[in-house]
Design a protein around this ligand. Structure first.
Ligand code: ASP
Ligand code: MG
Length: 405
């Protein structure tokens, strides 16, 4: 008999037929004698719809009230899932995040889990119930309702699996698992049987939308092994776990394309100590996430100067421009240019640690495709390049063919 935490995302509970399907799957596991905790997201589109309602009223709704509002999305699903299980003759009880003992800090709309006291979950399980928990939400020590940031149901599931010392944690979604590349871009992409936490983190950070980043970090920290799999079929998914020795045999685990970046270039920055610090401190103060940075000698002015290019998330572009306009008089650079037509292509794999020449091979592949590289950055297990977005998909296909074909 195993204790299993299953999480069903928005599309997996997207309509009542899908919810009945979830009940059917839960019933199968339960028939084997397993104990089940089922974490659910809001039905697909519901959270976005609620956000839109609030934004129709005002641009800046109170974050406390947003949490109050968004928490209702998951609350609908837990009740419907319990009703579906009852209809199938299975005892089930739904719990809000607060009732499940998920205690967070007080940072509304992106609260962090502080601890979980799952005594009620244990009691209900011991009485023979399937326990259905609302994802994405918790409460503060004072009893305020909080949410965990978009995609936060993943975090609820991983954290509950850790707190309950579950034997198995399954993340059900609408794809069969983690792929070597987006199959819509590279038709020869394959589902991976396993992937290391760090690889999934780098792929997710590089634009591959599989799971919420924070939940993978959490899983890594607490050693929660989990499986990403489809709720639409019975295929085995991808196991995500700590890196093992044989994982390094493969040079590259996956290729990804991030279309959500924009490039800013600041021209004619005085070549003096503290200038870069001035620019990036102000961007940091405005909570703008800067990814790649390249500095190059410039010939734009009379006195020694440099050009600094960097990338930000596309939705932050306007805010970043505003920050730069504001500090231009004090820093004294010449001009700013923005380019939204860029894409970041990354190759990821722990095998890079033990294989040499990977970067050279990547650049060669792109060169053969006549794709110009604009910026480069590397980590121990990732190489990313910025190129023109128009060539993004071609680059992914060529790199997938070269490293994984
Ligand atoms: N419903 C929330 C969202 O859409 C949480 C989740 O789906 O994981 O972000
Ligand atoms: Mg979701």
């Amino acid at each position: 008999m195993a204790l299993i935490v299953q999480k069903y995302g928005g599309t997996s509970v997207g309509n009542t037929d899908r919810i009945k399907n979830v009940a059917r799957r839960v019933a199968e596991y339960r028939a084997r004698g397993d104990k089940l905790v089922v974490v659910v997201s809001a039905m697909s589109g519901v959270t976005d719809g609620l956000i839109k309602l609030a934004k129709d009223i005002t641009h800046l709704p109170s974050e406390r009230e947003m949490d109050m509002l968004l928490a209702t999305g998951e609350q609908q699903t837990i009740a419907l899932a319990a009703i579906a299980l009852h209809a199938a003759g299975i005892p089930a009880v739904s719990l809000t995040g607060a009732q499940a003992g998920i205690v967070t800090d007080g940072v509304h709309t992106k609260a962090k889990i502080q601890n979980i006291s799952p005594s009620q979950v244990h009691e209900l399980l011991d009485e023979g119930n399937v326990v259905i928990v609302a994802g994405f939400q918790g409460r503060t020590a004072e009893g305020e309702i909080t949410t965990l940031g978009r995609g936060g149901s993943d975090l609820t599931a991983i954290a509950l699996a850790a707190a309950l010392k579950a034997d198995l944690c399954q993340i059900y979604t609408d794809v069969d698992g983690v792929y070597t590349a987006d199959p819509r871009i590279a038709p020869s992409a394959r589902k991976l049987d396993e992937i290391a936490y760090d690889e999934l983190l780098e792929l997710a950070g590089a634009g591959a939308k599989v799971m919420q980043l924070r939940s993978v970090e959490f899983a890594k920290k607490f050693g929660v092994i989990f499986e990403v799999r489809s709720s639409l079929n019975d295929n085995p998914g991808t196991i995500v776990k700590e890196e093992t020795r044989n994982m390094e045999d493969v040079v590259i685990r996956g290729v990804s394309l991030d279309k959500n970046q924009a490039k800013l270039t600041v021209f004619g920055v005085p070549d003096q100590p503290g200038m870069a610090a001035g620019i990036f401190r102000h961007l940091g103060d405005a909570a703008i996430n800067v990814d790649m940075i390249v500095q190059s000698a410039s010939h734009s002015g009379g006195s020694p100067a440099t050009d600094i290019s960097f990338t930000v998330d596309k939705p932050d572009l306007a805010k970043a421009r505003k920050v730069l306009d504001d500090i231009r008089p004090t820093i004294g650079f010449l001009d700013v240019q923005a380019d939204e037509g860029i894409g970041k292509v990354s190759i990821v794999g722990v095998g890079m640690r033990s294989h040499t020449g990977v970067a050279g091979r990547m650049f060669e592949v792109l060169g053969k495709e006549k794709i110009n590289i604009d910026m480069i950055s590397t980590s121990e297990i990732k190489i990313s390049v910025v190129i023109q977005l128009a060539h993004g998909e071609q680059a992914v296909r060529a790199l997938h063919q070269a490293f994984l074909g």
